[in-house]
Design a protein around this ligand. Structure first.
Ligand code: MN
Length: 233
């Protein structure tokens, strides 16, 4: 047996304090999971969580201490930042109850769900899929995974994003509408989760546009930070 062409390389993330790498399988994302962000997007109330995906090779892997370089993507004039806590699944399963969910988590990373907001809004208006706004190349800058045992109480961690040194997003993981455990319960009822799956857990309020030349620095208390610059066209 041989391949017609070389199969694509697996995307893999660094793990803080280890030589091993975390191979990525799928990238799930939760929509509108902080109340104040749902409001700024024109929604109120607690709706059931909903999910979309990015291809694993849409991640922009940023090594510890490095600055990632994201090219400003085509087709958009409204590239938005969404800082997010990313959950890394180490043990798979289907229909995982919330009370067991945290046992399936290997660790956490800081990620950006970069969004071509103008294209996403066009698709929303027309009732069409979001991929063109959400799942393009380099749309998921992400830093190293910190193992859960070393991450502290992630459910009460601060989450923030600075752009060019100015605060843009600041909240707390305790403000998630659907907690990490509840998110895993819902997600695993729709997909059988597997080791290597990532879950971008949603962004707090303060999303806004970035420009070529901007520097984004994001963090979650207890995790390795993420730094990315936006390169010009
Ligand atoms: Mn998001």
């Amino acid at each position: 047996m041989s391949f017609l062409f070389p199969p694509p390389a697996v995307t893999h993330l660094p793990i803080v304090g280890r030589d091993q790498r975390f191979p990525v399988r799928r990238v799930f994302c939760v929509g509108r999971n902080y109340a104040e962000h749902a409001k700024e997007m024109g929604f109120t109330g607690r709706e059931a969580p909903f999910f979309f995906m990015k291809p694993a090779d849409a991640l922009l892997v940023v090594e510890a201490g490095q600055t990632g370089r994201m090219a400003y993507p085509g087709l958009t004039r409204d590239l938005h930042h969404e800082i997010e806590l990313v959950v890394a699944i180490g043990t798979g399963g289907a229909n995982i109850p919330a009370r067991d969910a945290m046992r399936h988590v290997f660790g956490y990373a800081v990620g950006l769900d970069m969004t071509r907001r103008d294209l996403q809004n066009d698709m929303k208006k027309q009732g069409r899929p979001w991929e063109i706004g959400k799942a393009f190349e380099q749309s998921g800058p992400i830093g190293p995974i910190t193992p859960a045992v070393e991450a502290g109480d992630i459910g009460k961690a601060a989450i923030w994003l600075h752009v060019n040194g100015q605060s843009r997003q600041r909240s707390d993981v305790s403000h998630l509408i659907w907690s990490i455990a509840e998110t895993i319960e819902h997600l695993s009822s729709a997909w059988a989760l597997a080791p290597g799956d990532l879950i971008f857990s949603g962004t707090p309020e303060g999303v806004a546009a970035v420009q070529a030349g901007d520097t984004l620095e994001g963090g979650v208390t207890g995790l390795a930070p993420l730094k990315v610059t936006i390169a010009g066209l």
